[in-house]
Design a protein around this ligand. Structure first.
Ligand SMILES: Nc1ncnc2c1ncn2[C@@H]1O[C@H](COP(=O)(O)OP(=O)(O)OP(=O)(O)O)[C@@H](O)[C@H]1O
Ligand SMILES: [Mg+2]
Length: 340
């Protein structure tokens, strides 16, 4: 029994084939990037909008479709993981089939190798920089200048897509960088209740057994997410938790009460506030007097992957509940996380 037929459809990693409500944005992204497939220069894109509005999924969907038809180099980088010009360039170099020597190279040297590789391939690689504002925090935005000016400076082109939920950070960038994105800004608006309902309907068809998820349940989750800012992630999480509640009762379909309990549970209650993992970060910070280095913070999370801890921190930063500062240490740099 149970209500789920494929619970993974409701997991954060799931990338749906269709994205209801995002036709215009998907077309705009594809149109801007398509020239890359025939060796021409794409329009640099800056994609922005609130959390859970489908930015990452939309870009990934376009890239996935392009990959089916062309074998151009397309690289997705999360700048939370690669937050320096050097590390992004290293990733790009590797994606171009130019792995770097162990001893390491200076950024400018890596960049020269990239230019040379692209020239030889006569290709136009596409680079997606998700959470691009992480680069700006550390003053690493020069890579945007390098890549958007490569056509005039070196005669080779790149497709560049920056994704961010911090438009203000973009506005503060140097004119010479911002001007490259003038023709390619795409805003992702919060989803309307009707769009949220469509998104949930599509997921529910795949995630639940036939007749296990009545329309009323979808409507409640959509209404909730709409109140919380039109965030699809909140909507999907609410639906997933409601499904879990029905399973706990050993029922064959979800009821309005399962949703009510889900929305009351701490987890979703705080989706506008914080998830469980994020709450743990806050508790650790409070216990430490308000600030911790990232290394110290990881120690509070034995068992969790560094990646998920980073995700919590990132999400709290997006919600403006903490700040992250880069500090120079004797060797390398570290990040200090502080409660706001
Ligand atoms: N139009 C849509 N159709 C179906 N699912 C969607 C749609 N938009 C978003 N989602 C789902 O909602 C969740 C959040 O979407 P996504 O990660 O793309 O948002 P985002 O704008 O990149 O958010 P953030 O700014 O927090 O990174 C994902 O699970 C995604 O699959
Ligand atoms: Mg995203």
């Amino acid at each position: 029994m149970g209500v789920f037929s494929d619970e993974s459809v409701l997991s954060p990693e799931f990338l749906p084939e269709d994205l209801p409500g995002r036709d215009a944005e998907l077309h705009a992204i594809a149109d801007a990037l398509r020239p890359a497939l025939t060796g021409r220069r794409p329009v640099p894109l800056f994609i922005y909008g609130k959390t859970g509005t489908g930015k990452t999924s939309s870009v990934k969907n376009v890239i996935r479709e392009f990959k089916e038809h062309a074998d151009a180099v397309m690289l997705y980088v999360n700048c939370w993981q690669n937050y320096t010009r050097q590390s992004v360039l290293s990733e790009l170099s590797t994606a171009l089939g130019e792995p770097l020597p162990r001893r390491g190279l200076a950024s400018d040297e890596i960049f020269s190798r990239i230019i040379e590789a692209v020239r030889q391939k006569h290709a136009v690689p596409i680079l997606v920089l998700d959470e691009a504002d992480r680069l700006f925090v550390g003053g690493e935005e020069r890579i945007l200048y390098d890549l958007t000016r490569a056509t005039e400076n070196y005669g080779v082109s790149f497709g560049i897509v920056c994704i961010s939920n911090d438009f203000a950070a973009f506005s503060r960038l140097d004119d010479r960088i911002r001007s490259a994105f003038l023709g390619g800004k795409i805003e992702f608006k919060p989803y309307t209740p009707i769009e949220l309902r469509e998104i949930l309907q599509q997921r529910a068809r795949k995630a639940f057994q036939h007749n296990a998820c009545p329309a009323e349940v979808i409507g409640m989750c959509a209404a909730h997410a709409s109140k919380k800012g039109g965030d699809a992630r909140v909507a999907i999480e609410a639906l997933w938790l409601a499904g879990r509640n029905a399973e706990k009762r050993d029922a064959s379909s979800i009821t309005a009460n399962d949703v009510k309990i889900a929305l009351k549970s701490e987890h979703v209650e705080q989706a506008q506030g914080v998830s469980e993992g994020e709450a743990k970060v806050i508790v650790a910070l409070k216990a430490a007097g308000g600030s911790l280095t990232s290394g110290e913070l990881y120690k509070h999370f034995s068992g969790a992957s560094a990646r998920s801890v980073r995700n919590y921190v990132q999400s709290l930063e997006a919600k403006r509940m903490i700040t992250i500062k880069e500090i120079a240490l004797k060797q390398g740099r570290s990040r200090v996380i502080e409660l706001r």
